[in-house]
Design a protein around this ligand. Structure first.
Ligand code: AMP
Ligand code: ZN
Length: 474
């Protein structure tokens, strides 16, 4: 099956083809580290993770690059408002770099707990200022910029395909534009490449540049770092759907203006939003839920991962605790099933054939069809529930599926060793042993056997000794 992806550029599902055979470069916009990631942001990174894992599974060597925004991102993506990092540092009484370190670590702690693999290259904006300056110089040399009020702007009217990604029309852009807050802009959709005077007073981090001492606009970092690590034409670029109209539209304009290469990115992949009952989840609105909020409420980070896999990345997904309960429960049943298969088979089969293979093929096809994780999960459950599939093969296929799903099913196989530490489970087993003894005394051997068998399926073995029944974990 060929791998297909919905490409925002072109608005259709397309067969994926890499520039170089067998290898590809993938850039995903990373976090602005002024606060904890909320669970909506984590949806974006889970999608990047599933994309990278699916591409690797399909045989590609994937270089996945992610930036860390620690300078230049204003509260409005369109150069409006205050610098998010500076404001956060002021509020917390810390330096910008301290805030960046704190939330970068928190970010990787969250993604680690969700079993989101670390990108191949993680790059910080503040460590790439010379690359940004070099790229801006190229844009300037090609005649796309103007200097006004102390800032260097990108003139979108010079870039004839501006807005192609978002299917924006320049006439609409002008007519529908909000009143420009920045009177230096010739067109409201022009954007800053380099700030000096404007919003400058409290800027903690500034650098010398050909346009004066200052700091970069937000969009230029992604162009500069992706080009540095992945070259001037890139296979895949991903981010949230909110980035289509401004951030990615501007990234394209800058990169293509600098390199004269069109298209700069071959496939644009955008994830839809996680939404709350009350609408959009954002860092500034009330519904700010972090992964830690869920963990404090007794959930496992993988329950949230499972919940996210249940939605297709191009559909909005509504968060609710009821849905998260469902995910937790499903994960528990799945874990029990994996343990039961492990007990039955002893070990996963070396080769997957027969019935299990049919599910595994359908699972791969679902993922390769524009990353359909809901259909992939349905295939996983089909196999988990199919008692006719040979146990060792079923187990091997489930573990193989988990290389993409990332639910740590392998750990479920060993979790039973920890069961003895769980007092509720010990009490339950002791109670069942007493019930079985009573059933045997009453000559209800069917019930006694049922209890023994039920426990065995959960990895608990009963042994009848002369004076008592003991149990052990398989
Ligand atoms: P930020 O840290 O604000 O730059 O956002 C990080 C990533 O999260 C970006 O790719 C956003 O598009 C994405 N994002 C923001 N809010 C949501 C949401 N509610 N659901 C899914 N993705 C989101
Ligand atoms: Zn970006």
């Amino acid at each position: 099956m060929p791998l297909t992806l919905f490409n925002t550029l072109g608005h259709e599902v397309q067969r994926f083809q890499s520039i170089k055979p067998g290898a590809l470069g993938f850039y995903g916009c990373g976090p602005t580290v002024y606060n904890y990631a909320h669970i909506g942001n984590l949806r974006a990174y889970l999608v990047h993770d599933i994309l990278a894992r699916t591409l690797r599974r399909a045989g590609f060597e994937v270089t996945h690059v992610m930036n860390i925004t620690d300078v230049g991102h204003l509260s409005g993506d369109n150069d409006e408002g205050h610098d998010k990092m500076v404001k956060s540092a002021e509020e917390r009484g810390k330096s910008v770099l301290e805030v960046a370190d704190l939330y970068t670590q928190a970010f990787f702690n969250d993604t680690g707990r969700m079993n989101i693999e670390r990108p191949t290259i993680v790059c910080k904006a503040t460590e790439h200022i010379p690359d940004m300056i070099a790229l801006i110089k190229r844009i300037e040399e090609h005649g796309y910029t103007y200097f006004a009020g102390g800032n260097l702007y990108f003139d979108i009217t010079k870039f004839t395909t501006y807005g192609e990604l978002a299917r924006l029309r320049l006439d609409d852009l002008k007519a529908g534009a909000r009143i420009a807050v920045d009177e230096n802009k010739r067109n409201p959709h022009d954007f800053v490449l380099w700030f000096t005077k404007s919003k400058f007073e409290n800027q903690a981090l500034v650098w010398d540049s050909p346009w004066g001492r200052g700091y970069p606009g937000w969009h230029i970092e992604c162009s500069a770092m992706s080009i540095k690590y992945l070259g001037e034409t890139i296979d895949i670029h991903a981010g949230g759907i909110d980035h289509v109209a401004i951030h990615h539209t501007n990234e394209i304009a800058q990169s293509e203006a600098a390199t004269n290469k069109h298209p700069w990115v071959n496939y644009w992949v955008h994830n839809e939003f996680l939404v709350m009952d009350r609408g959009k989840m954002s860092k500034s609105s009330g519904g700010f839920i972090t992964l830690q909020t869920l963990i404090d409420a007794g959930y496992d980070a993988l329950d949230y991962r499972y919940f996210l896999l249940g939605g297709h990345y191009r559909s909005q997904l509504q968060f609710s605790y009821t849905a998260l309960d469902g995910a937790r429960n499903a994960r528990k049943v799945l874990g029990d099933r994996v343990r039961a298969l492990a007990d039955k088979a002893g070990a996963p089969a070396k080769n997957v054939e027969g019935k299990a293979k049919i599910y595994l093929d359908a699972f791969n096809a679902a993922l390769e069809d524009d990353l359909s994780t809901p259909r992939a999960l349905a295939e996983l459950w089909g196999l988990a529930r199919d008692s006719e599939a040979e146990a060792g093969e079923a187990l091997a296929a489930l573990l193989d599926m988990d290389r993409v799903l990332g639910l740590r099913l392998e750990q479920e196989m060993v979790r039973r060793e920890k069961a003895v530490e769980d007092p509720a489970l010990v009490a339950e087993i002791t109670g069942l042993i007493a019930e079985r003894l009573a059933a045997k005394k009453a000559k209800n051997f069917a019930r006694a056997d049922e209890i023994r068998q039920g426990l065995k399926e959960r990895g608990i073995i009963l042994e009848d000794k002369p004076e008592q029944t003991v149990w052990r974990v398989l």
